[in-house]
Write a protein that binds this ligand. Structure first.
Ligand code: SAM
Length: 423
């Protein structure tokens, strides 16, 4: 029987799925045909009304036989499918593509490296098709609003937030609609904005800091957005322009670090970043030239621990090499040989158990392997074969860290803590 694992209904997260149940009785209503339509698969037909309003985990059987096979004309056995609770991973595999999207291996690694956890505030640009948005919202929320996968963070009220920026109006509308249908309103704000031009401040009049602790930029030119992601609003050296970067100034003599001079900051403009926590950033770029421009600007703006990663997928086939035969070095050639071997293994297990009971475990092990060798009944070695070429290249991931600001007041408070604990 085939098991089609497809996310049939990405019903609102706020629907009330109950624990998985046995096969839905309503699933095999003979000849059920819904006015809404039918999902036709090669394993049979699934009228829509057999798929909706049943608990997640339900198994639904096809109402008719599968499609006829091309060669023999014999219908494929009819199959079944499971109604799966929606997850970010399933949404990534099934969402309507408006752009290239970030896939689960990348988004999982990015969220991990950005130290995103319940309570984090993420800025994301551009939102594109919303694939990363869905992964991010679960990470900052610590589960789903309906309570699935709640590690206790939701009940503790540690809700984070995702600010998702996109300058393509139609994509903004579509993503807002999906966010609403998935019950994620209030957790994700989709903002229609060119972030390279207008930055990341939010609220009425775009003057409020979102207080970001993590940033993910999936943009064609992330270095143009970086000047808006600093705590020093008028930072020196001069920021890059759209026509190109200014040359890197020579490092000059090493001097004591000083807090920025008053004339280089503009306290009237808040920073989009958290002022009290370390902020982490990731940019996602397909080519190395984009990476070098991004890294150069990150360094100039004071970001540290700049690193680049590339995630590569390689399929590894792991199997057991053919075992030595107890006759002539080949594997079992017929059912009798295979049965004989199974019988031997069974007897061996029973003998082992009996010997262990009498405290002879170690010797029994040695004796057994000698016995197996004598009979030539040994498991084949585990062998691994990798793909010759790596076929996937998604993007280069650049990470960097901006430590929290440390003021004179923080220094005084720290000194006071030291004094009080050493008194
Ligand atoms: N990360 C998204 C996902 O997982 O679905 C895909 C992002 S897509 C590759 C890049 C998006 O960035 C596009 O939708 C594009 O419209 C948007 N974009 C490009 N430049 C932008 C800018 N300056 N401000 C806001 N959005 C921008």
């Amino acid at each position: 029987k085939r098991d089609l694992l497809i996310p049939v209904s990405f019903a609102p997260f706020t629907s009330t799925p109950s624990a998985s149940t046995t096969t839905a009785e309503r699933s095999s209503r003979s000849g059920a045909r819904s006015a809404d339509g039918i999902l036709n698969t090669r394993f049979g037909d699934f009228p829509h009304d057999t798929l909706t309003n049943i608990p997640y985990g339900s198994q639904v059987r096809a109402t008719g036989p599968g499609h006829k096979r091309k060669r023999s004309g014999v219908p494929t056995d009819s199959g079944f499918l499971h109604i799966l609770a929606p997850t970010a991973e399933l949404w990534t595999t099934s969402l309507p593509h408006r752009t290239q999207v970030v896939y689960t291996p990348d988004s999982a690694f990015v969220l991990h490296k950005l130290c995103v956890r319940p309570g984090s505030v993420i800025l994301e640009a551009g939102a594109g098709s919303g694939s990363f948005t869905h992964a991010a919202v679960r990470a900052v929320y610590g589960g789903y609003p309906d309570g699935r996968e709640d590690g206790g963070n939701i009940s503790k009220g540690r809700k984070g937030r995702v600010w998702s920026f996109e300058y393509h109006e139609e994509r903004v509308e579509k993503l807002r609609d999906e966010i609403g249908r998935h019950g994620l309103d209030g957790l994700v704000d989709v903002v229609h904005r060119d972030v390279c031009k207008d930055g990341f401040l939010v609220g009425d009049g775009n003057g409020v800091s979102p207080g970001a602790t993590a940033i993910f930029l999936d943009l064609p030119a992330p270095w143009l957005a970086l000047p808006h992601l600093t705590r020093r609003m008028h930072a020196t050296p001069p920021l890059p322009t759209r026509t190109g970067l200014t040359p890197t100034p020579s490092p000059g003599p090493v001097t004591e670090p000083t807090t920025p001079a008053p004339e280089t900051t503009n306290p009237a403009i808040p920073s989009a970043l958290s002022m009290t926590e370390t902020v982490r950033i990731c940019t996602f770029s397909p080519c190395i030239e984009q990476v070098t421009r991004t890294v150069s600007v990150l360094r100039k703006l004071g970001w540290v621990e700049v690193e680049m990663y590339e995630i590569q997928h390689r399929h590894l086939e792991v199997r057991r090499a053919q075992r030595k035969s107890y006759t002539d070095g080949a594997g079992p050639r017929n059912v009798d040989e295979a049965l004989k071997r199974l019988q031997w293994m069974n007897d061996y297990r029973v003998r082992r158990q009996e010997q262990d009971l009498h405290g002879e475990g170690v010797n029994a092990e040695e004796a057994a392997s000698r016995e197996m060798d004598m009979e030539g009944i040994t498991e084949g070695r585990l062998v691994t074969r990798g793909e010759q070429e790596i076929k996937t290249h998604t993007s280069y991931l650049v990470f960097a860290v901006l430590p929290r600001e440390w003021t004179e007041e923080d220094e005084r408070a720290a000194a006071e803590t030291v004094r009080s604990t050493t008194r």
